[in-house]
Design a binder for this molecule. Structure first.
Ligand code: M6R
Length: 365
């Protein structure tokens, strides 16, 4: 049942090239409009949306952060992303021009379901992005976009996350098409890059040994920091959550530019910093932030896009992800972070698939 792997998490990490592909199949086709056959929202309704809330918990919330960026950039609709347990209790402004997108692997998360109900009560339309056909969230939403990740057994979400990212890009492109905010050429260029993601993810999975070695060398640390800017910051949050969940190492994700406003006080000789520098437009700024922690003695493992070898001058260990457009980089950069938490967990002798105190689906509010 684990397909030859030692843990479900390893199996699920390795299924990512396939599930990325499955989630795009029949929806993204070259030179054709985005096909979302089951989505009933009309062009008119899309044009009328004046605000989108993306509401979710945990890893699904982190996918929502990428969704905000994609939708705002491509379709020019303002998006707020919020954790469901906060959204519900703050009397959010919702009306018939509001669209809510809920993201939930299980489709059963109690807070997310309650947020969906609140939005519907106030006449907002709800699109659910979920992995489970027939789940409560899929039944109650107006529209459902299924992620085709297949059953995810490990408590730590991996393959569901990358398919949620793909779903976010698809929604952003679909809205952009309907609103006319991008030219056909721009849309085709993004689709083309998306279609290349499965093979690039596969390539990344062939380089596990380096990450494993880093995990084995560093699993005794008590803290780790994840830094990034823009989309890399959202991926840093996901990497940090994964590490906490399954290796019980305290870690924090910070927007790299925010470091000097406080947290840099925590950096000392040997502190492990995982720096994400895949966003080309923010690369130089990120390198300056890395220098700030290096000066304080940090041990930096950095991820950049292939070709940016100049980063090696600044960091202790540099790793590369295959080149893609920066919007799509999270689909690739998250993979080494998943592997890092996986191998750290193993090095520490933790229960990878069933970490303490956690359940796969959180059905209490
Ligand atoms: O089933 P859901 O996507 O609604 O679950 C949300 C979170 O509980 C979930 O992502 C949790 O954070 C995972 N354990 C993360 O790995």
């Amino acid at each position: 049942e684990k397909g030859g792997y030692e843990h479900f998490m390893a199996k699920e990490i390795h299924e990512q090239p396939k599930v990325i592909k499955d989630t795009m199949t029949s929806r993204i086709i070259k030179n054709e409009k985005i096909r979302l056959d089951d989505i009933t929202i009309t062009k008119e309704q899309i044009k009328n949306i004046d605000k989108i809330y993306i509401v979710a918990c945990g890893t699904a919330y982190h996918a929502g952060l990428i969704g905000k960026n994609a939708i705002e950039k491509l379709a020019r609709i303002p998006v707020e992303v919020e954790v469901a347990s906060e959204f519900r209790y703050r009397d959010p402004i919702i009306n018939e021009k509001t669209l809510m997108i809920v993201v939930s692997q299980s489709g059963e998360t109690a807070d997310t379901l309650a947020a969906l109900r609140e939005a519907k009560r106030q006449n907002a339309r709800v699109i659910a992005v979920t992995n489970v056909v027939g789940s409560s969230i899929s039944r109650e939403a107006d529209d459902v976009l299924y992620t085709w990740a297949g059953p995810e057994i490990a408590v730590a979400s991996t393959k569901a996350y990358v398919t949620q990212l793909i779903a976010m890009y698809i929604i952003a492109l679909f809205f952009a098409e309907n609103k006319g905010t991008l030219s056909n050429e721009e849309i085709e260029a993004i689709k083309e890059e998306m279609l290349l993601l499965p093979e690039k993810a596969e390539k990344l999975l062939q380089n596990e040994e380096d990450i494993k070695a880093f995990a084995e060398e560093n699993h005794m640390h008590k803290d780790m920091f994840f830094l990034g800017r823009g989309l890399d910051y959202a991926v840093a949050m996901e990497g940090s959550l994964k590490l906490k969940e399954i290796s019980y190492i305290h870690s924090e994700a910070y927007a790299a530019g925010e470091l000097k406003h406080g947290p840099i006080a925590l950096i000392e000789d040997g502190t492990v910093v995982i720096a994400l520098a895949t966003q080309e437009s923010l690369f130089e700024k990120m390198v300056s932030n890395i220098k700030e922690v290096k000066t304080r003695g940090a041990n930096v493992l950095a991820f950049a896009m292939e070709g940016h070898t100049e980063i090696e001058k600044t960091v202790d260990t540099a790793k590369y992800i295959p080149r893609t457009i920066e919007l799509l980089a999270p689909v690739l950069s998250v993979i080494p972070l998943q592997l890092l938490s996986y191998y750290t967990s193993i090095a520490k002798g933790c229960d990878v698939d069933k970490p303490r105190n956690l359940a796969k689906s959180v059905t209490v509010e």
